[in-house]
Ligand binder design. Sequence first.
Ligand code: G1P
Ligand code: ZN
Length: 556
Amino acid sequence: MATVATEPFEGQKPGTSGLRKKAKEFRRPGYTENFVQSIFDAIGTADLTQSTLVVGGDGRYYMRDALRIIVQMAAANKVGRVVVGKNGILSTPAVSTLIRKRKSLGGIILTASHNPGGPDGDFGIKYNTGNGGPAPEGITKAIFEKTKSIKEYRICKEVQAEFDCIGEQTFLGGQFVLEIVDSITDYAALMKEIFDFDLLRTFLSGGKFRILVDAMNGVMGPYASRIFCEELGAPAESVIRNVPLEDFGGGHPDPNLTYAADLVAVLKKGEHDFGAAFDGDGDRNMILGRGGFFVNPSDSLAVIAAHNQSIPYFKQTGMKGMARSMPTSGAIDRVAKEDHFSLYEVPTGWKFFGNLMDAGKLSLCGEESFGTGSDHVREKDGLWAVLAWLTILATSKQSVEQVVNSHWTKYGRNFFTRYDYEGVESVGANEMMEKLRTIVANPADVIGKEFAGKDDNRRYTLSACDDFRYEDPIDKSITEKQGVRFIFSDGSRIVFRLSGTGTGGATIRLYIDSFESDPTRQMEDAQVALRPLIDIALEISQLQKHTGRTEPTVIT
Ligand code: G1P
Ligand code: ZN
């Protein structure tokens, strides 16, 4: 075992979801080691010999090297047992499943989620705690503090592990055990407890109801093939791009209309009843219907909420409460209100749902960024969302489009869009946010003011504005500066925030949400319906002036 002297690297600050940087950065000698040692230092010096740590990732470039380092450092930091998926492969929800099942100390996930991979792409390391969820702010801050003063790390190079055969390997005279497990088995078993696999098998087998699932060459290929094809009887060609690749085949493994455009194009041919895509690490999902009908993630969450009793798990556990991240549309709020469930609004990032779930107050939650999940694990779960949708379709005997349309008829429709301006110069982006913060810091100057879009006679009166601040109802911790909000008298909202997951420059996210109760206007295209609010947002923020951008990179 060696103790190696080191010096701090700047900027090892975990963002919305762990530390994300260019893979090149992680490859700098000592960079990964410093961050991993800081995790061990932050979680304390207690006796770890009886503890289990779960480690796995999405198979992207540099994962194997990072995995080897983490295993050697876990041994040196006296962790008793490390559980790793075969070849290091574990989806993010599968890590969460294993942490919980093995009553582990925690887990380390090697992924940069939906960011591109490969030698020039991104890499990431995220620490999850014993509840299976992303470490809360208190712990990520402690890790960051450790990275700033680190002087040495511990590593056991004599631990030469193999990752390709299932079973246990013992090192250091039996003091350290490395256990390689099948990447899918425990996760698939959990899905069988949650959903009615007999119902789904009848629905999918024989290819009567045709599905097309795009794993985008991320981690989900093997999971999707095993569950949809082997377990549920869908034909093998139902899962495409199902081989995990280090660079995701050069693609951007993000399931949205821009980066999963190929899938949308195939669905448009009208040969499939249902389409879905996952991101690199399998926690995000996109749902499509026949003809490429797009289900906005905020609507997807609301639909699952409305149909929650068709899912056996919710029937058994009861619906304890619902939640969404602040920028997510208010569609789920309407279901919660109508059906009498509590509804929580938390900042962006899955870590904020964990406390509510652990306290037994939350069963179902989601984000507008293609994240949906429940308290079966403590991460969002893409495949779970697809099984939830298939359950709804199998029980309601309606098409995706019919399910969504009848939802709007019953609850009204929240039009929602998100504009992403990726890779903007940080200086301009920060200036813009600062100006917006100055505006909302003096609400009296703007509240009551009337706004209108360029070519529209609809008027919007500002009724509130702030920079979102959250007090965790369980541990009372405060999280500030989570997005600048402008709320109008009809409930419409404009939200601005900067991404906390990007690795190059800044990404500005602009979110627009507006409610329509008039059934004759509910079928309108969201971009048309929201045009005046988009104009108002661009006007208030002076986005073009600050960033030089006339168009967003991605529109959802
Ligand atoms: C983005 C999403 C957010 C999600 C996170 C991790 O974070 O907006 O909802 O939780 O990725 O998947 P952002 O880049 O906006 O900080
Ligand atoms: Zn992800």
